[in-house]
Design a protein. Structure first.
Length: 270
């Protein structure tokens, strides 16, 4: 059986027609007999639009494919509260949930960031000021600091990994936010003043958790990187981002969305 994961499709920003994307992706999933398809965040700039897309896709593929989705920071910016994000708001919403397939247990968690990827290059005051004045996430409301928010999600992941191992399942961790410093080091920051953006990309604590618990695979998005899989001890890290192809930002290797989606899709045999 196969599990497929994709993130950062950004259908709205990439001006991809929703009905066309639904038709093409459903056909691909059915033709390739994908058992589970996980959207790992940043499909639209609204949570409710991503939820509608996931529901529609599930209807189209029927029982042949199980569809799940996580919220990226772009979903979190509109149409949802922090309390809803931390609740089982819909059966297809995969945050702090698990799904068994074959010998594996998929563990979904949006995750968050704790500034660890900045490696102490900026003070907390500098980081929070940049976020408040410039970064997309300033519109996301939360009743705690960023490190406190990540700590909650980290404990959820620890719990879910522990339960998977207790019943003899191979855990596969799926997040939106990045998990491993080696991927961050490949980010092309061309202007020194933008180095602070590393603070908002994820947390090394998540990668360390995956490695220390011998998680089979850890998949994330958010970085818009096209990188090779990264094995560390018994864990293999993947980035599933499609990224942008807009007038100003061209991150695709092709000119066609479906070609890029297929090329960036992470497919695992379980």
């Amino acid at each position: 059986m196969q599990v497929a994961i994709s993130s950062d499709n950004h259908l709205d920003l990439n001006k991809v027609e929703t009905e066309w994307a639904l038709e093409k992706q459903a056909a691909y999933l059915q033709k390739n007999q994908i058992a589970v398809y996980v959207i790992a965040g940043d499909l639209f700039n609204r949570f409710d639009k991503t939820l509608d897309f996931a529901r529609d896709l599930q209807r189209r593929v029927g029982s042949a494919t199980t569809v799940r989705f996580l919220a990226g920071n772009h979903e979190m910016g509109a149409g949802v509260s922090y309390q809803e994000l931390e609740s089982p708001v819909d059966d297809l919403y995969f945050h702090h949930k698990t799904l068994d397939i074959g010998s594996a247990r998929l563990i979904g968690n949006n995750s968050w960031y704790d500034y660890s990827f900045d490696q102490n290059q900026h003070s907390v005051a500098e980081i929070t000021r940049f976020k408040r004045e410039f970064w997309y996430d300033r519109r996301i409301e939360q009743p705690m600091t960023d490190p406190e928010r990540l700590a909650i999600n980290l404990n959820q992941m620890k719990q879910d990994i522990k339960e998977a191992k207790k019943v003899g399942k191979n855990p596969i961790l799926i997040n939106h936010f990045a998990q491993e410093q080696a991927f961050i080091d490949q980010m092309p920051f061309r202007m020194e003043r933008l180095d602070v953006l590393r603070s908002f990309l994820g947390s090394q604590a998540v990668g360390d958790l995956a490695v220390s618990n011998q998680v089979q695979a850890a998949i994330s998005g958010h970085l818009h990187l096209h990188v090779q899989a990264l094995p560390i001890q018994r864990t293999t890290f993947y980035n599933a981002s499609v990224g942008y192809r807009t007038r100003r930002v061209k991150e695709w290797f092709s000119h066609d969305f479906m070609t890029e989606w297929q090329n960036r899709l992470i497919v695992l045999d379980v």
